[in-house]
Design a protein around this ligand. Structure first.
Ligand code: NDP
Length: 403
């Protein structure tokens, strides 16, 4: 039972599958299934050429639970790695429950008709996973994922409590397109246009999307404008760091991205409710996603670096008073492309997905039920980040962010 089944064949899946194939001691047998089999075959061909490993491929609609359960029974994996879209999370979890298979994903469930980001639906499955002796690991990408592991590593090794936490996500890459998103455009635009929310003294504070802006000088990238946003790990961090007074998430956007997005919003192209066009229902955002560049095509042209990390302030473990630490990873788009044929946003998500899967396959992380990254020992995961392409650094700052 050392097989793994990956579902979805976009940029994140491509990186995760390449990285699994580079670690055949942990992943001796990888299967890949997605809606479009040709995309699975293209990933398998690249993996064969780069690593010599053979990946078997299948067509599947992951929302068809009986068909997916039959495929899981046919392959017999120990773990299903869900790298399709958040809409499929609950169906894939159901198929795992029906077939007795562990589960992992990188993004929380979202209903298609509502941009609502919360873990509730997946946390509600805890008892069913527990009763079956199965593990579901939620959010094993970079953010969510590594950002939570960073926070828990600081809490284990540097800080007794985390009073304030800022997650800073900077993409300093340039893909040469007028407007494109670095991961699935529909999911990306739903996230960016949702109201901003941050955690403050035990409650959520909501502000209109993209209205709070600050500048920050990112190592390896330079000064960038970053915007306060809601991001799903704030919910799990607020739950698993009960002492947290303030938790915020910031993401950088260039002026051209903001201008395009503003126009698209103003003309109604980011709407997620259906409209009738030529007698047929279409969802404007899904149509927009269909005409935008596919994230997996941006690899060859994207240059520059990402820098994603956490700034955490709290009482030092050694009793030396309040301290602030900044822990982050810098990833180079061109290096990521050379290694796996994908740009750094797919890379920084696909590598942690592979590492989370490795934690389950090796038994380094185990448990019966539905778990977030914050509930696991950060050390083996942090060690694998250093070994598999996402090295991190931790430095002390004079104090928390001034804003
Ligand atoms: P893509 O859109 O490039 O790929 C998604 C894949 O899922 C496609 O191959 C698509 O098939 C497949 N798919 C969609 N619907 C179904 C279905 N019903 N059944 C089977 N397969 C399906 O997305 P990305 O690779 O950019 O992102 C993958 C996931 O990673 C997303 O959930 C995203 O939110 C998440 N993510 C997480 C991040 C993190 O740091 N935690 C960061 C970035 C992304 P087809 O090819 O036919 O369209």
């Amino acid at each position: 039972m050392s097989k793994v089944l990956v579902i979805g064949a976009g940029g994140v899946s491509s990186v995760a599958v390449h990285k699994m194939a580079m670690n055949p001691d942990i992943f001796p047998h990888v299967s890949l299934a997605s809606r479009t089999k040709a995309k699975c075959d293209a990933i398998a061909a690249s993996v064969k050429q780069r690593t010599g490993q053979v990946i078997d491929t299948y067509a599947i609609d992951a929302e068809d639970v009986p068909a997916l359960s039959a495929l899981i029974r046919q392959i017999g994996p120990r773990l299903v790695v869900n790298l399709a879209l958040p809409y499929q999370d609950l169906a894939i979890m159901e198929a795992c429950l029906q077939t007795g298979t562990h589960y992992l994903d990188t993004a929380n469930y979202e209903p298609r008709d509502e941009a609502r980001f919360e873990y509730k639906w997946q946390w509600d499955l805890h008892d069913r996973f527990r009763e079956k002796g199965l593990m579901a690991l939620l959010g094993s990408g970079f953010d969510p994922g590594v950002t939570s592991v960073f926070a828990m590593w600081l809490k284990k090794h540097k800080l007794r409590t985390i009073r304030s936490l800022d997650i800073l996500d900077c993409n300093g890459g340039d893909h040469g397109q007028h407007f494109a998103t670095n991961f699935n455009p529909e999911i990306n635009i739903r996230e960016v246009t949702a109201p901003a929310r941050h955690w403050n003294k035990g409650q959520w504070v909501e502000t209109p999307a993209m209205t709070i802006r600050e500048q920050f000088d990112f190592e390896g990238v330079g000064p960038k404008n970053m915007y306060l946003m809601y991001h799903e790990e704030l919910e799990s961090l607020a739950r698993f760091l009960p002492e947290l007074e303030r938790g915020r998430f910031w993401m950088t956007f260039g002026d051209a991205y903001i201008q395009h997005l503003t126009v698209l919003q103003n003309v109604g192209m980011t709407r997620i409710d259906p409209v009738i066009y030529n007698g047929q229902e279409i969802v404007p955002l899904q149509f927009l996603a269909a005409v935008l560049p596919k994230p997996e095509t941006l690899g060859p042209t994207t240059k520059g670096k990402t820098n994603i990390g956490d700034i955490a302030t709290g009482e030092a473990l050694d009793g030396s008073g309040e301290k602030t630490f900044y822990i982050s990873n810098i990833c180079d788009h061109e290096d990521a492309y050379r290694e796996t044929g994908n740009q750094a946003i797919s890379y920084t998500t696909g590598v942690p997905a592979m590492i989370g899967a490795a934690m389950i396959m090796t038994g380094a992380w185990a448990g019966d039920g539905v778990f977030n990254m914050e509930q696991m020992d950060p050390d083996p995961f942090m060690a694998m980040l250093n070994q598999h392409g996402l090295p991190w650094t931790c430095k002390e700052l004079a104090g928390p962010l001034a804003f």
